[in-house]
Design a protein around this ligand. Sequence first.
Ligand SMILES: *Cc1c(COP(=O)(O)O)cnc(C)c1O
Length: 387
Amino acid sequence: MSTSKETGNRPVPLLDVPRSNLPLRGEFQEAIMQVCDSGQFLFGPDCRKLEESVAAWCGADHAIGCASGSDALLIALMAEEIGPGDEVIMPSFTFFATASAAWRLGARPVFVDIDPVSFNISPAAIRDAITPATRAIIPVHLFGQCAEMPEIMAIARQHELLVIEDAAQAIGASVAGEPAGSWGDIGCLSFYPTKNLGGFGDGGIMVTQDHLRAERLRLYATHGMKPRYEHHVVGINSRLDSIQAAALNVKIKHLPEANRLRQQNADRYQELFEQAGIDHQVVLPASGETMEHVWNQFTIRVPGQRDALATHLGERQIGHAIYYPIPLHQQACFQVEGESLPSLPETEKACKEVLSLPIFPELIDDELQQVVSSIGDFFAQQQRSAA
Ligand SMILES: *Cc1c(COP(=O)(O)O)cnc(C)c1O
């Protein structure tokens, strides 16, 4: 292990994908060569197998592979014929794709505020944002913890709204024992390499309980074509290829252990922050009572000093990231002429305070200690310069 000369600490990566994949090298090789030998690069048996496994993980009856999590959201909204004149309620504190899917179809993303503890969409804010034009709600299960789905589903039923779960960061998470993807009308997941179930490139999947909905999703993902050269609707071409599916079929077997290790790392952070006496300088993430968190990110709040701490960690080569620095309601591309920006105070505050730390399953204890001791050094320095 190398040691930084100036600071004496060892670097820690935010994420180390090769470290996760190396122990499975032989399994990957075999699975991928099988696809290679079969020549069935699309719609092969590996694709069906993965769809079955993900459906089971999500407590859903159907799963339909597609090219990315972004496409999953887009296809879900297309298949529900969401378009001009429709409003879609969603958080502003999320990745861009949640909103661009609605915008692209001519619908209007209606951004609402979050709960400051969970970082997830506030059910009360959803209720306040409903108008006669509202068609759907997209709760995002941010950082690996589900949004408050029982409350959100009750609101949706009362107002006859669709619910499309953005579960890109949350495979395996649950609320009250029911998994992400099982609550809404459609669940959208991503296999982007940094997600808990990460592929060898782009990939995504949609899950649903409804047989007719599943058929429509598949139709929209294949140019609206069924059978060949008969087009019923104008869909897109969005496929999960067999090599991705083969690699993911290997990884999904190890997902329970990977998620367990993420939880273990989160618990260890709690312990180390307490031991270092800095568990009050920062706000540590907590999982809600009925929530099973899968820790795609370990995101702390650093009131007033986030950017200074990020710089400090950067100098010590301690991996960190800011998800997300700019809320979507303030992005230039979503501005509407003649309309003023909504004010979403909790979202705007979170954007200024959040800092995500390394949490990937294969982190070793020494690395967790390096992260926390580097943060401890920062606060010790602050105290010295204040004295
Ligand atoms: C990653 C992600 C997406 C998009 O998934 P891609 O596969 O990268 O297109 C959508 N929503 C959220 C919340 C994400 O984290």
